[in-house]
Every structure is written in structure tokens, then in C-alpha cells.
Design a protein around this ligand. Structure first.
Ligand code: UT7
Length: 381
């Protein structure tokens, strides 16, 4: 059987019209534009209107992707919607999206926090590569604002709402996901979670407690997630490039999860790559969870930051704790995986890079220890 790849043939995005700026947040909680910009890079985010739910945002971005790919909804073989903020707890949002689009295929929701869309892209690619399905819609949507406590300055300044979609179709030429890594560390589940929305605390029985103690909102241990994110972003991207036999120099654009500019800058430093090679649009949207990476991908394509034929590396991380990375070839082209392993010059460069990376990791660990000790000392006072 000839080799099949899962090529991205259409893409589209949708963000709600309403803008919530740092100046708006200054009126809601004790914060400042200066604090938010210097600690995160975020200037504003989009917030849904009351009648806009995850399914509406999804349909809006999906229609654009389908139009671009020239695929009618009824021609779809599968819809995957990565989402942690569905219209209802049950059913998953994907069936609602399927119905609103007028598609006739199977549909499921994939919940893996901010990593969800990269997980979904990898899952969808498997069906196409196996030759069992042809046209798959992969949506990343979150309306994080519904689960954010706008009295909690630790979280409310970070998140926003958005959606972005791609269509995957078979290609005989190398295209789409070339290599990937899916990761999970559930020991960190409570670093980023909603305490009162599942079976641990059924809402029907504990409604009063959940309201009184604000347990229905997202809780985050920011510094803990920050440490996990800085560790994960550069190391996971390196591993997927290694699997593909590629060096950072072979990659046209890095598309990281848009959680915090400092996390992205730290990855750029550790990978010894210029910031210009990293797509950043978090200043406009904040962290849109599962929509973050596809929204950055779509804007990068729209702005000409990457184009068909380019190889990009995506990496998302978040609740779970989870992470997901992939080397993706946009459009179709030629790759010979592993070839560069045999290039001695490159191997030498890789060895130097590995040593530099290890030294960076040691420096970062020492920095974090110092930071933790200072925090503990402060907490003990
Ligand atoms: O999709 C994955 C999701 N999440 C992430 O990737 C988030 C990862 N974490 C982060 O990005 C950072 O930890 C934050 C941006 C959330 C926080 O930055 P930080 O430098 O780690 O700050 P911190 O939590 O250690 O707080 C430092 C200080 C505290 O005050 P005290 O105790 O030193 O007096 C906080 O109360 O900053 C305070 N603070 C704020 N001040 C003004 C926390 N949030 C705010 C705020 N405005 N919005």
C-alpha cells in the first residue's frame, strides 16, 4: 500500500468580538496593565457574548476551514472537537457541532486542557494514515471565560475565548504530522483544575458549597504550572525534532502554546533560537486553551509567517498536566526522515546543543530552587 500522509488542506479561525483589555481588568481586580504585560505579555483577550457557546465558536471556525478545503460538511468522515468548556457536561460538544454543520459523520470531544488540539491532530492523522478515513475536521475551541473567577486576579488576567479549525485529507507526498509526542503527568492534576464540577463533588448535592466557596471556577497553582511549562516546552519540541532527524535550523516556525511570553522566551533561550522564529499572538487573545495553538497556526499562515512546504513544530501544555508536540509539514513536500543523523557536521552541532541544553537546564533548576526557597520563606513568615 502506498504511504499516506494526513495533509492540512483548509484552516479557519473565529474569535468573539468583545475585547477585555488590561485596563478593563484593572477596574475588576487589584491588578495593573504593567503587572500583566511584564509577567505574561498579554494585553487583551476576547470574551464570548452570553449567547455564544463552544459549539457556536467551533462552527464559525469550522465553516471557514471547510470552505478553504472545498469539503462539504456531508463529505466529512469524522469531527474531533478539542474542548474543555463544552456547552453541556453531557453530551460532548462535538455532536452539537456535527448537527449545526449538517455533517453526517461520527463526532467526539477530546478533553485534554490546552493540549487538546495537538492531541486531536495526532489522533485524526492516525485514521488518515491507516487509510480508514479521508476527510476529518479537527477543531480547537474553548470559552474559558465561563469557568474563570473574575474575582481571582491569579487566573482572570490570563485567559480568553477562541476557536480554530483545520481539515485533514490524505496525501501521497509527505505532509501533516511527521513525528509527535503525547505526554501526561496526572500527579499534577490539581495544579490546574475546577474542584466542583465533577463526580467528586456532584453539583446537584453540593451546589450551595460550590457557590459559597467559588469551587466551580478554575484554580491554578501558577508557579507550579510555570515550572512544568518551561521544563516541557523546549524539551518536548527537541524530542519531536530528534525523532524526525531535524535540527531547529530545519524548522521555519515554532508554534508554542500561547500561555505566557516568558515561557516562550525561556524556550527560545534554551533552544538557542531567535524569538522571531516563535509565533506569538497571546498579546491579543491571552491563553485560549485548546484554541491556542491552532489560532496561532492560522494567524501565522494568514500573516505569511509560514507557508505550504514549511516544517513547523507545535507544542501545547496545560491541565492534566498534559503536553503534546508535533513536527508538522504544511502542504506537501519532500522529507527524508532521519537523514540528518548521518550528517556529521550536524551531529557535532547537535552534541554541542545537547551540552548547552543540559547546562541551561541546570541553571534553570538552580533558579527555580532559589525562587521556591524565597517563596517558602515568605510563606513561613
Ligand atoms: O495553559 C497552561 C496554563 N497556565 C500557565 O501556563 C500559567 C503558568 N504560570 C504563569 O504564567 C505565572 O505563574 C503567572 C503569570 C500566573 C504568575 O506569575 P508569577 O511570576 O509566577 O507570580 P506569582 O504567582 O508568584 O505571584 C507573585 C505576586 C503575588 O503577590 P505577593 O504574594 O508577592 O504579594 C501575587 O499575589 O504577584 C501577585 N499577583 C498579581 N499582582 C497583580 C498574582 N496575580 C496578579 C495580578 N496582578 N493579576
Amino acid at each position: 500500500m502506498p504511504e499516506r500522509y494526513a495533509k492540512i488542506t483548509g484552516w479557519g479561525k473565529y474569535v468573539p468580538k468583545r475585547i477585555l483589555s488590561n485596563a478593563d481588568l484593572e477596574k475588576m481586580v487589584e491588578t495593573s496593565d504593567e503587572w500583566i504585560v511584564s509577567r505574561t505579555g498579554i494585553k487583551e483577550r476576547r470574551i464570548r457574548s452570553d449567547d455564544e457557546n463552544a459549539s457556536d465558536l467551533s462552527v464559525n471556525s469550522a465553516r471557514k476551514a471547510l470552505d478553504m478545503a472545498g469539503v462539504k460538511p456531508e463529505e466529512l468522515d469524522l469531527i474531533i472537537v478539542a474542548c474543555s468548556s463544552p456547552d453541556y457536561l453531557v453530551p460532548g460538544v462535538a455532536t452539537i457541532v456535527q448537527d449545526k454543520l449538517g455533517a453526517k459523520c461520527g463526532a467526539f470531544q477530546l478533553t485534554s486542557g490546552c493540549s487538546g488540539w495537538v492531541y486531536a491532530l495526532v489522533v485524526a492523522s492516525q485514521f488518515i494514515q491507516a487509510g480508514t478515513l479521508n476527510n476529518i475536521l479537527v477543531v480547537g475551541t474553548d470559552v474559558v471565560s465561563f469557568g474563570v473567577d473574575y474575582e481571582d486576579r491569579n487566573t482572570c488576567v490570563l485567559f480568553g475565548d477562541g476557536s480554530a479549525s483545520v481539515v485533514l485529507q490524505p496525501s501521497a507526498e509527505p505532509a501533516g504530522v511527521l513525528t509527535y509526542e503525547l505526554g501526561s503527568d496526572g500527579s499534577g492534576a490539581k495544579s490546574l483544575y475546577v474542584p466542583g464540577a465533577g463526580s467528586v463533588m456532584p453539583i446537584g448535592r453540593y451546589a450551595q458549597k460550590i457557590v459559597d466557596e467559588r469551587l466551580g471556577y478554575l484554580r491554578m497553582d501558577g508557579p507550579e504550572v510555570f515550572k512544568f511549562a518551561t521544563r516541557t516546552l523546549s524539551s518536548s519540541m527537541k524530542r519531536v525534532m530528534d525523532k524526525a532527524g531535524l535540527l531547529p535550523e530545519d524548522i521555519q516556525l515554532f508554534i508554542p502554546h500561547q500561555a505566557n511570553l516568558r515561557i516562550i522566551e525561556s524556550a527560545a533561550r534554551m533552544m538557542r533560537q531567535p524569538m522571531e522564529k516563535f509565533m506569538v499572538n497571546l498579546q491579543k487573545y491571552g491563553n485560549t486553551s485548546a484554541a491556542s495553538v491552532p489560532l496561532a497556526l492560522v494567524e501565522a499562515l494568514e500573516e505569511g509567517r509560514c507557508k505550504p512546504g514549511d516544517k513547523v513544530v507545535m507544542c501545547a501544555f496545560g491541565a492534566g498536566l498534559t503536553w503534546a508536540s508535533a513536527v508538522v509539514m504544511l502542504g506537501a513536500g519532500e522529507v527524508s526522515l532521519g537523514q540528518s543523523w548521518f550528517n556529521m557536521g550536524r551531529m557535532a552541532k547537535r552534541a554541542v546543543g545537547a551540552v548547552q541544553g543540559a547546562m541551561n537546564n541546570v541553571m534553570l533548576t538552580l533558579q527555580f530552587r532559589k525562587y521556591d526557597a524565597a517563596r517558602k520563606k515568605k510563606a513561613a513568615k
